[in-house]
Design a protein around this ligand. Structure first.
Ligand SMILES: Cc1cc2nc3c(=O)[nH]c(=O)nc-3n(C[C@H](O)[C@H](O)[C@H](O)COP(=O)(O)OP(=O)(O)OC[C@H]3O[C@@H](n4cnc5c(N)ncnc54)[C@H](O)[C@@H]3O)c2cc1C
Length: 375
């Protein structure tokens, strides 16, 4: 079996490892257009205390990643200068490059060939391989080439966001909301290494325009965000990694494969970063795809149909939560009319997936403070 995987992000590296592990004799190649050791963004969070979902499938990869995770058990919302702590909402985080390096180790150990600085022609790859995995991310060229066959929809959200890093280590995942004379700004910030944090700034498109950010060079945007979030940053600078203002695209596909080409990870679907699940979903797609191919190795068409029919119902629930969370952020300035504890409650209920009894069990401190505040 010959498998060509386009993209060495989390989805591509992990499916390469799983397929090579399942089919020792197979030729599994990954082609990545970036240089080795480079990536976009800074750290990523996982919406659980640890990568527990990996334990059953792959305890060795879990054991490699677990010591590198920064973990905390509370989430902090800052609104009107008040810090509201929501206990029991565990997250863990890791640098994106570190995460990719560790997945690369697993793939290379299994015998996968990884080619960096390598962009392959999809048509040629499709002719020469039994299976082509489009793990080429949100702007997937393979998906765009066959957009009609995949039934692709791609809708940009209105808000503008920018992904920075900073040397300030934050105690917990923190959501800071601030009013300025131009309108409201939000920052998602969390530590992903002992002395490094992710800092994502988000705002409404009109606020972005009114603040002049649409026209300013990136250095001026950095200075602007440092000034707005001076209290959170406490003198630490924001760092760019090709950072630029973007709109988050909501990508969906009706049909997940076309001939021997199959979509996984962000090429298949995006999940708003506010739920910290895009990378996890990419890994779970990889697990589902590898399991389907393992079940039908001699009939790739059947395997790809099975991949979609088994994975889609599980995925839809999570993507529904991600879309609801994105919708909450699209109008976060309106929610900011609420007092801090009501605002925090609105935040925690934004995906519509937390029932009140479960919240009480999970976050007893927060619920007690919320009730005391309402009394
Ligand atoms: C601001 C922001 C914050 C985020 N934060 C989180 C978070 O905290 N937690 C989380 O779980 N997720 C987060 N995500 C989402 C996460 O980054 C993605 O879901 C995840 O990276 C998807 O993995 P992937 O492998 O599908 O795609 P990617 O990681 O995008 O990898 C795709 C790879 O394909 C390569 N490529 C593209 N085209 C070609 C080509 N033609 N030939 C060769 N190579 C090609 C690219 O260079 C890239 O390396 C965030 C996303 C954003 C935008």
């Amino acid at each position: 079996m010959r498998v060509v995987i386009i993209g060495a992000g989390p989805a591509g590296l992990y499916v390469a490892y799983l397929l090579k592990r399942a089919f020792r004799w197979a030729d599994v190649q990954v082609h990545e257009r970036r240089a080795r050791g480079t990536t976009f963004g800074f750290g990523i969070v996982f919406s659980d205390k640890a990568l527990d979902f990996l334990v059953a499938e792959d305890s060795k990869t879990h054991a490699l990643l677990a010591p590198e995770l920064e973990q905390w058990s509370d989430l902090t919302i800052v609104h009107r200068g008040e810090r509201v702590v929501i206990d029991g909402i565990g997250f863990s985080a890791i640098g994106r490059q570190m995460f990719l390096d560790l997945l690369e180790v697993r793939a290379l150990d299994a015998g996968v060939e990884i080619h960096y600085d390598s962009e392959v022609d999809a048509a040629v790859a499709s002719d020469r391989a039994d299976l082509v995995v489009a793990a080429d991310g949100v702007g997937s060229g393979l998906r765009q080439e066959h957009a009609t066959a995949f039934g692709t929809s791609e809708e940009p959200l209105n808000n503008r966001f920018i992904w920075f890093g900073t040397s300030k280590p934050f105690d917990t995942l923190t959501q800071t909301f601030l009013q300025t004379r131009h309108g409201a700004f939000n920052a998602h910030h969390y530590r992903y290494q002992p002395h490094a944090s992710t800092f994502i700034v988000e705002t409404h498109v009109q606020t972005w325009r009114d603040a002049g950010l649409a026209d300013l060079p990136i250095e001026a945007s950095i200075r602007f965000c440092e000034t707005v979030f001076a209290e959170a940053l406490q003198g630490h600078r924001l760092v760019s990694n090709n950072s630029h203002w973007r709109q988050f695209p909501v990508v969906r596909n009706r049909t997940w494969s076309h001939g021997n080409i199959v979509l996984i990870g962000d090429a298949l679907h995006t999940a708003h970063y506010s739920i910290g699940s895009g990378t996890r979903l990419a890994l779970e797609d990889a697990i589902a795809l590898a399991a389907a191919v393992k079940a039908r190795p001699h009939d790739i068409g059947e395997a790809l149909g099975r991949y979609q029919s088994e994975r889609q119902p599980i995925l839809q629930k999570l993507l529904g939560g991600a879309d609801a969370s994105a919708a909450w952020y699209e109008s976060f300035e309106k929610h900011m009319q609420l007092a801090p504890y009501d605002f925090a409650m609105s935040y925690i209920n934004r995906s519509g997936r937390v029932d009140q009894a479960r919240l009480k069990a999970m976050s007893p401190g927060f619920v007690a403070n919320y009730e005391a505040n309402a009394a």
